[in-house]
Design a protein. Structure first.
Ligand code: GUN
Length: 362
């Protein structure tokens, strides 16, 4: 992958970047993977699509080797998923996490307390899971109902079973560069960067969003990988200008198609963490005004899933993750990796070498 600083002269428009090669014929394509179309106007950049399935399959293949070693030592890692209430998006996420366990032969238990559960009751549920030896990882799907003190519940998860990486102890380990369980979505973003050969050292990285789950740990991981990191949020001034300086953009604001193509530096790597479920017809009509096929699909299905980055970004970026089919798959893969890691650390230190992604993390 070419770092943006090595790009030839570029003049960028709102939706497409054109490379100009003074005195050279239009057929010149300096990177056959990226420049797919050479028009009379010059070649148009088309981003490499960083497909989550490819990286997930690599990680699963590596995990299977580790799981075999654990099983030979009599250990089957186990994950407990706690799904409170009936939030449809959470139901899908937890179902997909349990399905991944089944695919890999990880033991799973799903607990589904009612939406009216109290903080004390949920704390007691988590304490029960802390005591179960066959459970190596505990995930409490968030958001939780408003009457529940989410922080207290998440702090109840034993740090050694904190496969979500949400516990202050896990975050503290990350801040100080100690090995530990890292939040799955940012860990998955780092896997995408590493496995697709994107150089982080010395790169300007912009993280959009400052949540405890994604933005903050993401910024720390990029900093540990020697990037120069800027964290943007709702109060950031001149946001497009800040984003335009980035070699690596991680978009995690939860705002549908907020990042416009002309916010991006041509050739930048774009990691789209957005998973925005559109169910409102008015919003769909506004968003898909110039995308009749997307509007048609929305009308048939009654919903659509879109990222935080406008699809036109693929004409400007050097590499980009799709939504769906990008980061989301890695979030689940890293949850599996964390569960296996938690099992090995807690009950089977002797059972095999660590997963390569883990060794590469710090
Ligand atoms: N809700 C949205 N993302 C996540 C996640 O990664 N873990 C949990 N537990 N809940 C979530």
């Amino acid at each position: 992958m070419f770092p943006p600083s090595e790009l030839p002269a570029v003049s960028s428009g709102p939706a497409a970047a054109r490379l100009s090669f003074p005195g050279q014929a239009e057929s010149l394509c300096y990177d056959s993977k990226r420049v797919r179309f050479c028009s009379a106007w010059g070649p148009t950049l088309t981003a490499r699509i960083l497909k989550g399935a490819e990286f997930r399959d690599q990680i699963y293949a590596e995990l299977r080797v580790e799981l075999d070693a654990l099983r030979a030592a009599g250990i089957t890692p186990g994950l407990a998923g706690v799904l409170v209430g009936e939030n449809p998006a959470s139901q899908i996420y937890v179902r997909n996490k349990i399905a991944a366990c089944e695919q890999l032969g990880i033991f799973s238990a799903k607990l589904t307390p009612s939406a009216s559960i109290t903080t004390d009751e949920l704390v007691a549920t988590v304490e029960g899971l802390n005591r179960r030896d066959e459970i190596d990882g505990i995930l409490v799907q968030v958001p939780l109902p408003p009457q529940v003190d989410a922080k207290r519940v998440l702090e109840t998860v034993s740090p050694e079973k904190d496969v979500d990486g949400f516990h202050p102890v896990s975050l503290g380990r990350l801040v100080t560069g100690r090995p530990g369980l890292v939040a799955c979505t940012p860990a998955g973003c780092m896997e995408i960067l590493r496995r697709s050969g994107v150089r982080t050292e010395g790169a300007n990285a912009v993280v959009m969003g400052r949540s405890d789950i994604v933005g903050k740990p993401m910024a720390l991981l990029l900093m540990h990988a020697n990037a120069t990191v800027t964290i943007c949020h709702s109060k950031t001034r001149a946001l497009p200008e800040v984003v335009r300086r980035a070699d690596i953009v991680v978009a995690a604001m939860g705002r549908p198609w907020m990042v416009a193509p002309d916010w991006l530096r041509p050739g930048a790597t774009v990691i789209d963490v957005g998973t925005n479920h559109i169910t409102n017809a008015g919003e769909a009509e506004r968003l898909f005004a110039n995308h009749p096929e997307r509007l048609e699909a929305f009308r048939k299905k009654g919903s659509a899933l879109v990222g935080d980055v406008h699809p036109g970004a693929a004409e400007v970026a050097g590499a980009i993750t799709p939504v769906p089919g990008g980061v989301g798959l890695l979030t689940i893969a890293m949850l599996m990796a964390n569960t296996v890691k938690a099992a090995r650390l807690r009950r089977g230190r002797a059972a095999g070498a660590p997963h390569p992604a883990e060794a590469a993390r710090f």
